[in-house]
Design a protein around this ligand. Structure first.
Ligand SMILES: Cc1cc2nc3c(=O)[nH]c(=O)nc-3n(C[C@H](O)[C@H](O)[C@H](O)COP(=O)(O)O)c2cc1C
Length: 201
């Protein structure tokens, strides 16, 4: 893997495009916390915005409400035990950073930590909050983006070799195992001729 480099804010959408789970990091009064989230999406390119749905019972909900900042951290499946633990235990009961040995480090722009082991991070300031059901939707302005220069160009490049986890349900996760390059078929062409497997490079 390469160094995590600061990137253009609009690339937040491309980082989230494959739909991986993220680790949401927050902090209030020097208390950092980390929580797993699957309900995350890009919302806008200009201004760059993302949204995540968080249940009011989560410590993360309370910390985002108080600090108005959060970061989304993307980790590869290598860290799946830590990712799952951060989604099953509350920071009210356990210091998840100490337990998982994920390391909180200073973010580029926001008053929330980011995770050293993450291959990318999206740092956000809260600009809106909507109660739409049993979860609240937090809308974040993207304030900084950084991504591993070997794994991410203007899209994820090596998802087969460095997979990001997707949540299937309960303790089950999956990953993108193959990339395809789509091309719109010409009028005389069979559709299958335009679907090429890509090495991702
Ligand atoms: C794979 C996975 C995805 C999850 N996605 C969400 C989510 O999008 N929103 C949410 O409120 N909780 C989600 N959870 C549950 C929280 O991560 C879990 O309740 C966690 O313990 C809350 O931690 P906290 O109290 O320290 O904030 C998810 C759990 C897992 C395992």
């Amino acid at each position: 893997m390469g160094r995590k480099q600061p990137r253009e804010l609009r690339l937040a959408a491309r980082l989230l495009e494959p739909g991986p789970v993220v680790l949401v990091t927050t902090q209030h009064r020097a208390r950092p916390n980390v929580m797993t989230a699957a309900w995350v999406m890009p919302l806008s390119l200009e201004p760059p915005r993302v949204a995540l749905a968080i249940h009011p019972s989560r410590l993360t909900h309370e910390l985002i409400g108080k600090s108005e900042y959060f970061a989304l951290n993307l980790l590869t499946v290598e860290h799946l035990p830590a990712i799952h633990l951060c989604g099953t235990v509350s920071g009210r009961d356990l210091d998840k950073f100490a337990r998982t040995q994920l390391h909180p480090v200073d973010a580029l722009e926001v008053d929330a930590p980011v995770i050293e082991e993450a291959v990318a991070q999206i740092e956000c300031g809260v600009v809106g909050r909507l109660g739409l059901g049993d979860h609240d939707l937090f809308v974040g302005d993207v304030l900084a983006v950084a991504a591993d220069e070997e794994l991410f160009g203007d899209r994820w490049l090596h998802l087969e070799e460095a997979p990001l986890p997707h949540h299937i349900g309960a303790e089950w996760y999956g990953a993108v195992s193959r990339l395809y390059r789509a091309r719109i078929p010409g009028e005389e062409e069979e559709e299958t001729e335009t679907l090429q497997e890509e090495s991702g490079r």
